[in-house]
Design a protein around this ligand. Sequence first.
Ligand code: NI
Length: 187
Amino acid sequence: MAIRDILTVPHPILKKVSEPVDTVDDELRALMDDMLETMYAAPGIGLAAIQVGVPKRVIVMDLADKDEEPAPRYFVNPEIIEREGDLVPYEEGCLSVPDIYDEVERPARVRLRYLDYFGREVEEWAEGLYAVCIQHEMDHLEGVLFIDHLSRLKRERAVKKVQKSAQAKAETRPAKSGKDDDSRAAI
Ligand code: NI
């Protein structure tokens, strides 16, 4: 397994639509393993393949609390086949838009169909944080970021902030420590 670089805005690859996967094989599982390790190291709770520059319809996620056992989930070619309930606001963040958080409204419950780590078909309802996270990640597969749901002003401000802090980091190369004590999860 290896930690890969996570692309941040305004990298153009993040706007690409990802391609369906033909077969869930060892090569794809190696990608999913790398993605999971990358996500844990970030740290984040969800990651789409496009965020590490691979335009395939693959997502990893782990919604376990810090004091719980890891509970990795893998989604290949996920589809939303039903949406239910009111639109619910949630303050989202994203590893490709670091340190920016804002409220996005999404349906409360979605029924999913996807292939798991072993290529088995799964169908299930997602709700709560699971529903938020899978809808956020599935947006990535269409080249859509959570800031695309915000006003143009907010979006442009977010991109500028990310660019500026990426530049500052490249110039100062700070010691790798205490990223921030922000406990909000980036997906
Ligand atoms: Ni994201």
